[in-house]
Design a protein around this ligand. Sequence first.
Ligand code: MSP
Length: 682
Amino acid sequence: MDKTFYVTTPIYYTNARPHVGHAYTTLVADTLTRFHRQRGVDAFMLTGTDEHGINIERAAEARGVPIKAYVDHIFEEFQAAFAPLGVSYDRWIRTTDPAHEAAVQKLFQILSDRGYIYKGFYDGWFCGNCNEFKDVEGDAENPICPVHERSLDRVSEESYFFKLSEFQQPLLDLYDSRPEFVQPEARRNEVRSFVSGGLKDLSVSRVSVKWGIPVPGDPKHTIYVWLDALSNYITALGWGNDTYDGFERYWPALHLVGKDILRFHTVYWPSFLMAAGIEVPRTVFAHGMLLSGGKKMSKTLGNVLSVDELLRFFSADMVRYFILREVSFGQDGYISYEAITDRVNSDLADGLGNLASRTLTMVRNYFAGTPPRPSPDDEFVADVRERINEAKVRFDGEFQSLSFSRGLEAAWAGIARVDKFITENEPWKLAKDPASRGKLEAVLATAYEGLRHLVLLVAPAMPESARHIWRQMGLAGDPLTISPNGATWGEAIDVAKIEQISPAFPKLNKEKIMAEIEQQNDAAQTATQPADTTTQAAAPTAQTTAPTATGPTTTASEAAPLGATQAAAPPTNIISIDDFIKVELRAATVLEAERVPKADKLLRLVIDVGEEKPRQILAGIAEHYAPEEVVGRKIIVVANLAPRKLRGLESNGMLLAASVGETGKPVLATFGEDVPNGTRLK
Ligand code: MSP
């Protein structure tokens, strides 16, 4: 292990609220930092917010809020979302920090002085959400970003360019000579093949974007937001400014990023650094996406899982354990309330939690709370001792190579071994026979000692639970500061008497959780959709009431007010054409309709949207329309909403209806002329 360790997360755009997808990298980085620190390494973790650029300018504008006030508010939301997850970063950088801004200008100047920047003219397409120029084939009039499915902006303006084309060979050499630079291997191959195809010079300034860092000596240009953002990894350590003197100490970094921003980190960033004569990062590791409802979380799809919603049902450590254990780092993985509940119950409540409770309860009952210590002569426990040592070695190896899931699997193999050992030796029977006292002592000494080592092992992943069990074990100090590798089997330790034992992970009631979520969804739906006239497809969480709902599809994450910030500047209802284009409205005919048992408001409709097969949707109109009244009707549906389950039935869209009068009586929207099914409304 190196003496120092520097890990970074991407810095998060302050144009949308934080969700568990953002928290993902941050939790992994936090766990890794704690893992290294526990082993005596001088570790530093950086996270932060990316606060410049057209996407942020637009988000603030859409809410009628001054940009700085807007980014300040979202920055606070990010910090507030991460805090209850027990994230302990060393620095939170904001790209609007004056010291960062000055250092970015310095970097730009160095690139220019070294001959890597020249002035030219950019004429092409740009995605404000990717913050990336896009190659568009042919002369499409309204090209769409394939990632965000939104219109691209035409940019035709003077621009500074970075000579990226000169870095094709140096980058290929870098990937080949240091295979650890891009990980996992599949990502390295992907980037290598992209770079092999040739690199064009990169536009690194914009005249039409005002919210950014001015180009030194030519302030009508602002510095390209990715050059600004990527630089955070060095400016936060004090490169180019005097806020901190960590650059010499910690650089180069391990960058943890989502696979969607791989290219920026493995092509642009090392090129900027090489051009400036700065050492490139140690490794860029690209992880997969957390998928909710089978899709990447996005506010457009309405399947966003927010951190605070999750924390209503699960502790921070449960969420931490789930994402480290369930998702193989580097691959995409599914997250849902159901899956978390299952993992928690099987691995935490029945696994680690149960081992801790049964061991400590027996120590309290049979040894008056003072745990016996292992003796080297107890040969029959040798296998357990070896398995624990093996778990420790495997755990460290896997964590070093960022295979967290396999690392935890190794720890859980240790837990299972101790559990089995207890069951096989039946200490509850030994306790009844005074002649077996010696064996009872050996069994519980082994179980307790095994537990002690395992708690140290899992502490970086589940800090609070580890501390909780550690304290109940009567052990002194903080498990986060004791290296499992320094802990030896049977060493002398200070132990206080075990007294209070409370479960570290109470078993979760899955049915109750799922029922609450369904109820919450129904409530959110009623609130966002006046008189329940429409059926909204959405994932089970972050959809909360938008106080001034602008329409049936409004979600809190899209248009909710910005607390105090926005109170000062009232929100506007104005959306851009890009926002509207996202909503796919189509003509459809109702083929079948029936009431949904035990749901007074819901009708189940089978509709023809001009697709190969009819779709099922649920609509909250049953109090005003009988099923036979709607069969055969031409309706308008939002066809691209993520599927959602209501009363166990899947809804694949939402019909439109006016909500009339005080009661909000629904009146179905339709056409005055015949329109074929599937026709899009725009
Ligand atoms: N601001 C840039 C990063 C600049 S780094 C110098 C950015 N910001 S972001 O807020 O859009 O995304 C930040 C990170 O969150 C990315 O790594 C992205 O992959 C990650 N995630 C966003 N949604 C995610 C999931 N659903 N699952 C996992 N990670 C996700 O890009």
